[in-house]
Write a protein that binds this ligand. Structure first.
Ligand code: ADE
Length: 370
């Protein structure tokens, strides 16, 4: 796959069309935007080369994508039906914790459909012209991937409604009494939205997605297979037991599995180990303070504060976040989901509570008072 920039020869550049030049948002006046010379969003072409660490290990086709069986089944059927009808795939919303493969799936869908995937994220679509530029440059059936879609501002979101529903852009040109609304036809396209917080999406936006799918944490077998596949791509000799040890420590998350594998590779290289055994994985990952369940220093800090600072809870999210010096949203979307999944933490109406399993993990007996 190739990443092309806006200035790559022969590629359209966001914001150069007349629509973008006279920018505006549905029913709302905005100053006409100057021609945009640079595009902040990455543009990737399915079928070329994708540089970058994470990209080099991504599966490119559905058949290479390990795990998420239900998701693959649902999207596989949708892709096949869409191809036979020669239409754009229905819009897809992918939600779930970070690192489970939402971006990867958007790229896989584009590859399966034989089209380009344009990648951006909601915070990069600050001005109306940002999203207008992207939309007017889409070619028929292309995929537009918007990460963190729950962070879209209202103007961008309102521009998306007719774009998603009728492949139409409603823009207002001019100011004051001379303002007129114009509708521009768009090429039929597929929006793939990704979010860690499906509940934060407005319902009008959520309702415009034809396919809404949750990505789940991966089980050990799938993670072991993902680690073995990545080891092959990195040309590492890795025992099956070593792959399993990485799998156990990656919090059910392929992105973390691949990151840990690279740390193990460093230790193997520096210590002169050709073949990587399980004992080397344990040694390398304890060096990085990743424990046998995959908890890292942030997870243990949360559980320890809950137990030692608040008697095991219940304690409110905001209080816990303040005590840890973390943003509550990050705590909720990034750190807590795996602790909940492990059964170390519970969310109750009165706040967060550490469980017996969580206490035991910290080395406390089940009934010990904090
Ligand atoms: N690398 C990261 N995620 C993967 C997945 N789901 N399948 C195969 N390789 C991966």
């Amino acid at each position: 796959m190739a990443i092309i920039s806006s200035s790559a020869p022969g590629q359209p550049s966001a914001g150069r069309s007349s629509a973008a030049g006279s920018t505006l948002a549905s029913g709302r006046l905005v100053d006409p935007a100057p021609v945009v010379e640079e595009e902040s969003q990455e543009t990737r072409v399915a079928g070329g080369e994708v540089p970058g660490r994470e990209d080099s290990l991504r599966p490119r086709r559905l058949a290479d994508y390990i795990g998420q069986r239900e998701l693959k089944q649902v999207l596989g059927i949708a892709v096949e039906a869409t191809r036979s009808r020669a239409e754009a795939l229905d819009h897809v919303l992918l939600y779930g914790p970070p690192g489970l493969g939402k971006t990867t799936m958007a790229l896989v869908l584009a590859e399966e459909l034989g089209v380009r995937c344009r990648i951006t994220s909601a915070p990069a679509l600050e001005r109306p012209r940002d999203i207008v530029g992207l939309l007017v440059n889409l070619q028929p059936h292309e995929v537009l991937f918007i990460d963190e879609i729950h962070r879209l501002n209202r103007v961008a979101e309102e521009l998306l409604y007719p774009a998603m529903e009728d492949f139409r852009l409603d823009i207002t040109v001019g100011k004051g009494t001379t303002a007129r609304t114009r509708s521009l036809p768009l090429a039929p396209f597929t929006l793939v939205g990704a979010t860690t917080r499906a509940g934060s999406l407005s319902s009008p936006l959520r309702d415009r997605f034809g396919l809404i799918q949750r990505l789940e944490f991966y089980d050990l077998d799938d993670l072991q297979a993902i680690v073995e596949r990545a080891a092959g791509l990195l040309r590492l000799e890795l025992d099956a037991a070593a792959a399993l040890e990485v799998a156990r420590r990656c919090r059910g998350t392929p992105r973390i599995a691949n990151r840990l594998l690279r740390r193990v590779r460093d230790v193997a290289l520096v210590n002169g180990h050709g073949r990587i055994h399980a004992s080397l994985v344990v040694e390398a990952l304890s060096l990085h303070r990743v424990d046998g369940c995959g908890l890292d220093a942030s997870d243990r800090r949360l559980l320890t504060l809950l137990l030692e600072g608040y008697g095991g809870g219940p304690v409110g999210l905001e209080t816990l976040a303040a005590g840890l010096g973390e943003d509550p949203a990050t705590l909720e979307a990034v750190i807590e989901p795996f602790l909940l999944q492990l059964g170390f933490l519970q969310r109750t109406p009165r706040g967060r509570v550490i469980t017996t399993a969580g206490r035991r993990h910290l080395g406390w007996s089940a009934d010990s008072a904090a």
